[in-house]
Design a binder for this molecule. Structure first.
Ligand code: SF4
Length: 457
C-alpha cells in the first residue's frame, strides 16, 4: 500500500484498502477556524441538537486566523461565536484572539495595522499553528475546514480539507466516509541549490501536472531528496498539494519529523504517542515523476492559476507594483530568513508587505540578530511594511481594511502565498504571481520579476 492507503486502512480498522474503496475513517483531530467554524457549529447543532456535545473535546481544535484584524463587525462576531462554543463545550484547544474568555473581540483601527492586538493564546494561521501547538502527529488523520489542511501531510499523517457539513458530522461522531484516493508518486533526488527553495520545487511539480492534475489524488513525496528538506520545506510542499487539486500531500517519517513533533508535543503537553506509517516495497501509483532537485531553478506561477509555471528569468520583463511575504505556505520563520538574506543591504523599490504566520514567528524575527540588527529590523529598514498582527491577512483578500489587501485594479503582485486565482488577494482585475521568498525579495528590490541568484554571492 501507499502511505495514504496505509493511513486510511489503519484509521478504518482494516488490514488493507485500495484506491477507490469507500471507508469510514476515524478522525484524530478536527480543526476549524473563524470563517468555517460558525457554519460547522450551526450544522452540528442542527443535526445533533442544541445541547449536543462534541465527540471528543480534546480532539476539536479551533483557531481563529482569517478575518481577524479588521473592523468588519460580522468578522469580529465570528470570533465571538467560536468563543461561546468553546466555553459551552469546555474545549481546551481554542486559541482565542483575546485573553478574556467572556469578552468580545474588536479590532481597534486607531492603534494602526502593525502593532500587535492579540492576547497570549492567539496562535495565528491554523496550518502553521497546528504543528507549533503540538496537534500534528505521524500516523494520524486530521480533518480541517480549510483546503490547506493538507499541509500537515508533511508530518506523515493523512490531512485533508473538508466542508462545513462534513465537519459538523465529524464534530458529532468523530468519523467520516472517505473514498481512498489514488496516489501520484514524486520521487525526489539530489539537493536544492542556493537560491532555490521548496516553493520552487512544488511549483515545478504543479507545473508538470497542471492545477487540476492531482484532483482527488494523494501526492506522495519520497526518495533520497527528502532527507535534505527541512520540516518547513515539507510543509510548504504538502500545503500546495491542493493547488493541483490533491486530496492530500504526504511525506515519509524520518528523524527530522520525530525531532520536530517530539519537541512540540512536549512543549505544549499534547498527546505524545504516535505511530508513523512506513514505505512499502510494493506500492501502486497512478503516476510517477522523478525530480532532480539540483536541476531546479527559481520559478514563478503566473496569473491566473498555480500551474502556470515559468522561470523567474523568463519573466524578468514583468513590471511589478507590489510584493507580499506571508501565509501558511510562505510566512514561516525560515521563509522570512531567506527573504531577509536576499534583502539585507538593499531597499525595496515597490510596496512590500510582510505578515508572519504566527505570533511565535513575530517573536523569532524580533529576537534573532544578524550583527547589530534583528531580522525584523533588517526588513523594516529595507522598507518592508511588517505587521505584528500574524494571520491570513491579504492571502485571501479579506475585508477591505485587511493589511496588504489589493484594493485596486491593475496591480501586479508577487507573493509567497499559495493561490493566485482572480481576486484571491482582493481586486479581481489585479494579478498575483506566486514565487519563493527569495524570488519575492529579489523582485521587490528591482521592481521586476528577478531571479534571486543575482543577489546571492
Ligand atoms: S494563510 Fe492563506 S492559504 Fe493559509 S489558511 Fe490563511 S487564507 Fe488559507
Amino acid at each position: 500500500m501507499t502511505l495514504t492507503e496505509k493511513l486510511l486502512a489503519r484509521a478504518a480498522g482494516k488490514a488493507s484498502v485500495q484506491a477507490g474503496d469507500n471507508v469510514w475513517v476515524k478522525a484524530h483531530v478536527l480543526m476549524t477556524h473563524d470563517v468555517c467554524g460558525p457554519g460547522t457549529i450551526g450544522v452540528f447543532k442542527r443535526e445533533f441538537g442544541q445541547d449536543a456535545r462534541v465527540w471528543d473535546k480534546n480532539r476539536v481544535v479551533i483557531i481563529p486566523d482569517h478575518y481577524i484584524f479588521t473592523t468588519d463587525k460580522r468578522s469580529n462576531r465570528n470570533v465571538d461565536i467560536l468563543r461561546e462554543f468553546a466555553n459551552e463545550q469546555g474545549l481546551p484547544y481554542f486559541y482565542d484572539v483575546i485573553d478574556d474568555p467572556h469578552g468580545t473581540w474588536h479590532f481597534d483601527a486607531s492603534k494602526g495595522e502593525q502593532k500587535r492586538q492579540y492576547g497570549v493564546n492567539y496562535a495565528g494561521v491554523c496550518h502553521a499553528a497546528l504543528p507549533a501547538k503540538g496537534h500534528t502527529r505521524p500516523g494520524e488523520v486530521l480533518f480541517g475546514t480549510d483546503s490547506h489542511t493538507c499541509m500537515a501531510g508533511a508530518f506523515n499523517e493523512f490531512a485533508t480539507g473538508i466542508g462545513n457539513t462534513d465537519a459538523g458530522f465529524v464534530m458529532g461522531t468523530g468519523k467520516l466516509l472517505l473514498k481512498v484516493p489514488e496516489t501520484m508518486h514524486f520521487q525526489l533526488e539530489g539537493k536544492l541549490q542556493p537560491g532555490v527553495m521548496a516553493k520552487d520545487l512544488i511549483l515545478h511539480c504543479i507545473g508538470e501536472i497542471g492545477f487540476d492534475g492531482a484532483t482527488y489524488r494523494a501526492m506522495q513525496f519520497d526518495g533520497p531528496g527528502v532527507a535534505s528538506l527541512s520540516m518547513d520545506d515539507r510543509m510548504t510542499m504538502a500545503n500546495m498539494a491542493i493547488e493541483a487539486g490533491g486530496k492530500n500531500g504526504i511525506f515519509p517519517f524520518d528523524a527530522r519529523t520525530a525531532e520536530y513533533v517530539d519537541a512540540r508535543v512536549k512543549l505544549n503537553g499534547t498527546e505524545s504517542r504516535y505511530e508513523p506509517v512506513t514505505l512499502d516495497r510494493d506500492q501502486k501509483f497512478i503516476y510517477e515523476l522523478v525530480v532532480d532537485l539540483s536541476k531546479l531553478e527559481p520559478l514563478v506561477a503566473c496569473h491566473p492559476d498555480p500551474g502556470q509555471r515559468k522561470t523567474a528569468r523568463e519573466m524578468n520583463h514583468l513590471k511589478l507594483d507590489r510584493a507580499y511575504v506571508g501565509s501558511c505556505t510562505g510566512g514561516k520563520t525560515s521563509d522570512f530568513v531567506e527573504f531577509a538574506r536576499v534583502l539585507r543591504g538593499h531597499k525595496v523599490k515597490i510596496d512590500t508587505f510582510g505578515v508572519p504566520a504566527t505570533p511565535q514567528i513575530v517573536d523569532e524575527l524580533q529576537m534573532t540578530r544578524w550583527g547589530n540588527e534583528t531580522i525584523w529590523q533588517i526588513l523594516t529598514n529595507a522598507g518592508v511594511r511588517m505587521t505584528e498582527n500574524a494571520g491570513c491577512a491579504a492571502c485571501l483578500g479579506g475585508p477591505v481594511d485587511t493589511f496588504g489587501r489589493i484594493n485596486k485594479a491593475g496591480v501586479n503582485c508577487i507573493s509567497t502565498t499559495n493561490r493566485n486565482f482572480p481576486g484571491r488577494m482582493g481586486n479581481k482585475e489585479s494579478k498575483v504571481f506566486l514565487a519563493s521568498p527569495a524570488t519575492v525579495a529579489a523582485s521587490a528590490i528591482t521592481g521586476v520579476v528577478t531571479d534571486p541568484r543575482e543577489f546571492l554571492s
